[in-house]
Design a protein around this ligand. Structure first.
Ligand SMILES: Nc1ncnc2c1ncn2[C@@H]1O[C@H](COP(=O)(O)OP(=O)(O)OP(=O)(O)O)[C@@H](O)[C@H]1O
Ligand SMILES: [Mg+2]
Length: 409
């Protein structure tokens, strides 16, 4: 039998954490954090802190070299450094370790040991939990629609005469005559809030004005800036504004702003608070009068009051559902865009579509086009138009039924 077999009942490594007064009972900690006790008739001759082998299901115990105790290093960000202790944030868990000789400061990413403290500084910056893509020009340009890419004009926008006039006055005039306004010195219009139900033309009109003023158009979606750009939303906003300032003139279109700028009573929305604060800082900061920010909201009453102060979104344009005449005009503008016969009953459809949005009306054309194509024609005839209207009407009735069901729960 070899010496190895004699001296080696299967054993575990353990650290002596405490010894009772009699010296006969040891309290042992295993590397995985569990404990056990070992009792002897005679006092043990070990000291607290020693490393030992302990037999599994035997009473074997023997001293072991300290170096066998697996004090694994971990990586974290220094949160606090006092003369005696250092607090390191390791993935959200705060670990207290002794302050070592290694020089480090708060915010550094370090490699450390529980027993001996920080071993080395890995980076001066806090490590990021997820690798976030850098926000460079390529990213910013994804948000920017080049002037040439916007094809819609005022001629494509039917009805809502008052809305169009108001928007032109508030946005088009300041952008077209920014030099004159700068000389006059009156307070520039920085932000305009577009309110109204979905499909009432908010995005479309903003793009039209970008086109008519030859402005770069940046489109930011409120929900997306949170989900997709979480942790970087503020930086992204900053970069977009920087880019916009470089342009001759620019419109920054912030869709569904209430998703980030709702009134928050509690502390749980720290991230959205920061985005709103960043937006305010940026709006207060730009001075060249070459940017107008348009934000849209379906719930303007819910928007953070700070955003409604003078010099921010203090102008509001409400996009109502189109009235009968508006609807007829909206239907008529399509005549220019699509291949349709000239005897279509617009007035009749306008009469039948009380409560419809412009987007609902636009859907008629899609359906009508499909009906015509299915019939092997390349022109929309009155029967396709009426068929399209009926299909969208049926679709609307189904959706309305679903939503009343949902509401009555
Ligand atoms: N006044 C209008 N004249 C002609 N077409 C219109 C008009 N307003 C809207 N439309 C049509 O409806 C579609 C949807 O409009 P738009 O995207 O501008 O609505 P929105 O108010 O931004 O809606 P949401 O709140 O859902 O973003 C447009 O693409 C266009 O086809
Ligand atoms: Mg829109």
């Amino acid at each position: 039998m070899s010496n190895f077999e004699q001296a080696n009942p299967v054993s575990n490594i353990a650290k002596i954490r405490a010894i009772d007064d009699s010296g006969c009972r040891l309290y042992l900690e295993f590397p995985n954090g569990t404990f056990t006790t070992v009792v002897n008739e005679e006092p043990f001759e070990y000291a607290v802190g020693s490393i030992v082998f302990v037999g599994i299901n035997t009473n074997f115990i023997d001293s072991a070299p300290d170096s066998l105790w697996p004090d694994q290093s971990f990586v974290g960000v220094v949160r606090l450094r006092l003369p005696d202790i250092t607090i390191v944030d390791a993935g959200g868990r705060w670990i207290k370790i002794p302050t070592s000789q290694t020089v480090c400061s708060e915010g550094n990413t370090v490699e450390a040991m529980i027993s001996t403290g920080v071993m080395r500084v890995l980076s001066k910056e806090p490590i990021k939990y997820i690798e976030l893509p850098a926000i460079d020009d390529a990213v910013v340009s994804k948000f920017r629609l080049e002037k040439e890419a916007i094809k819609v004009t005022f001629d494509d926008f039917g009805g809502l005469h008052d809305v169009v006039e108001r928007a032109r006055k508030l946005i088009e005039v300041p952008l077209k005559h920014k030099a004159a306004l700068t000389t006059i010195g009156t307070r520039p219009i920085k932000g305009v809030l577009f309110t109204g139900q979905p499909g009432t033309g908010k995005t479309m009109l903003a793009r039209i004005i970008a086109n008519s003023t030859q402005s770069a158009f940046y489109e930011i979606s409120g929900p997306e800036i949170f989900s997709k750009w979480y942790g970087q939303s503020e930086e992204l906003l900053r970069k977009i504004f920087e880019d916009a300032e470089q342009q001759e003139q620019a419109i920054i279109f912030f869709d569904e702003i209430d998703s980030v700028a709702g009134q928050r009573a509690d502390e749980s929305h720290e991230a959205s608070r920061r985005v709103v604060a960043q937006l305010l800082t940026l709006m207060d900061g730009f001075t060249k009068n070459n940017i107008v920010v348009i934000a849209t909201s379906n719930r303007p009453q819910d928007i953070d009051v700070a955003l409604r102060r003078p010099g921010r979104f203090d102008w509001e344009i409400n996009f109502p559902l189109p009235n009968r005449l508006d609807r007829e005009l909206i239907l008529q503008v399509a005549t220019k865009r699509f291949n349709i016969s000239d005897n279509l009953p617009h007035a009749w459809v306008a009469q039948k579509t009380e409560g419809w949005s412009a987007a609902d009306l636009a859907a008629i054309w899609t359906e009508a086009g499909l009906l015509a194509a299915a019939d092997d024609r390349s022109i929309i005839l009155p029967e396709d138009y009426i068929g399209g209207f009926e299909l969208v009407a049926a679709q609307r009735r189904r959706t309305a039924k679903l939503s009343t069901k949902g509401n009555s729960k």
